[in-house]
Design a protein. Structure first.
Length: 353
């Protein structure tokens, strides 16, 4: 077994605190990664507040970078000390149609999540990367291309690949007109990636206070979604609208900005929505969604980001300030991703009170 330390939550909504954690002994195809940086995602906040009495302790964190600490006996292509990244999937069945197609994120047996999942070999609960070390099946450990800042690259493994797959599925490139609704952790990367792909990008936002940020990210235009005349002016305009808004909201106004045979991809809100069929019927519009990314897509994204200099806008916080990070995330007071410096945890030093 491999002892380490982690930020562990022991109850509903409880801010994780440092404590001991034991990782499994390395299997032949395992990689142990010393975690240097790990992002704080809305999914982490949701997981902490969704816990029920009697649930086992939970270590969140599913977008991290670090260095290889040890290798299983059958692992090739990696060496101790290599800089690598791990996302929100750490295993899949490998044999279903989706896995064979490189869409492990849609595994027929459901992919093994980095935390809150169940290890498919021994049945134990998986624990995440707010920890000094994580042990992962080798296929799900991604070499980090040279030139990418490991802290700013960590969110690419969740927020980045989540918007990358729909951009690629829609064939976004030069001549495409893309709108991004919401400018948070997902949205700001959607803007950067769409711009790097050559698209004309518009940001749809409830207020104008992020207009400067949107243009700094490369957006060509900003439309205030609460301004009816401004929204009317972009009716039927966009080939793809990526909706990253995390709160409940109406899809109708966004669908009305989609062009003939265009697509609204809803990513931010995981809950029930109501759709008027007429908003889809007119101009043959499509409503879709996407979840995470498969292994080929993830590696394609990392290579693309290295080539085009795309990373997340991050604020680095030491791991002992996790309570502050979660509070600010709940208040939408983050531009645009908090990344935890796990050095104290990784080196076994006690964190500050």
């Amino acid at each position: 077994m491999r002892p380490t330390s982690a930020l562990i939550s022991h109850g509903h909504g409880v801010v994780p605190e440092p404590g001991p954690l034991t990782r499994r002994a390395l299997r032949a195809d395992d990689v142990a990664v010393r975690v240097d940086w790990c992002g704080v995602c809305h999914s982490d906040l949701h997981a902490l507040h969704s816990r029920r009495p009697g649930d086992p302790p939970l270590v969140p964190g599913h977008e991290c970078t670090g260095r290889v600490a040890a290798l299983g006996t059958e692992v090739t292509g990696l060496a101790v000390g290599d800089v690598v990244a791990v996302g929100n999937i750490v295993d899949s069945c490998g044999g279903c149609a989706m896995c064979r197609a490189g869409q492990e994120n849609y595994c027929a047996e459901f992919p093994t999540l980095t935390y809150g999942g169940t290890d498919r070999r021994d049945g134990t609960p998986t624990q995440g990367a707010w920890a000094g070390e994580i042990v992962v099946r080798d296929r799900f450990v991604h070499p980090l291309p040279a030139g990418l800042d490991p802290a700013a690259a960590a969110p690419l493994l969740c927020a980045g690949v989540t918007v990358w797959e729909p951009l690629r599925a829609a064939g976004v490139g030069p001549g495409s007109r893309v709108a991004v609704a919401g400018l948070g952790g997902l949205g700001h990367l959607a803007v950067r990636l769409a711009v790097a792909l050559g698209a004309s990008v518009t940001v749809l936002t409830r207020t104008a206070d992020k207009a400067g940020d949107a243009r700094a990210l490369g957006a060509d235009d900003v439309v205030v979604s609460t301004d009816e005349s401004a929204m009317a002016a972009v009716r039927d305009r966009f080939s793809l609208v990526i909706d990253t808004i995390a709160a409940p909201h109406e899809l109708g106004p966004l669908l009305r900005t989609v062009a003939l045979d265009g697509t609204l991809c809803s990513l931010g809100f995981l809950g029930p929505v109501t759709v008027e069929t007429m908003d889809l019927l007119l101009r043959r519009k499509r409503l879709t969604s996407s979840g995470s990314g498969g292994l080929p897509s993830t590696r394609e994204l990392l290579a693309f980001c290295a080539e085009h200099g795309v990373v997340a806008d991050v604020e680095r916080l030491p791991a002992d300030r996790i309570g502050e990070a979660l509070d600010r995330l709940a208040r939408n007071d983050v531009r645009y991703r908090v990344v935890l410096d796990m050095a104290g945890i990784s080196e076994g030093r006690p964190l500050a009170d």
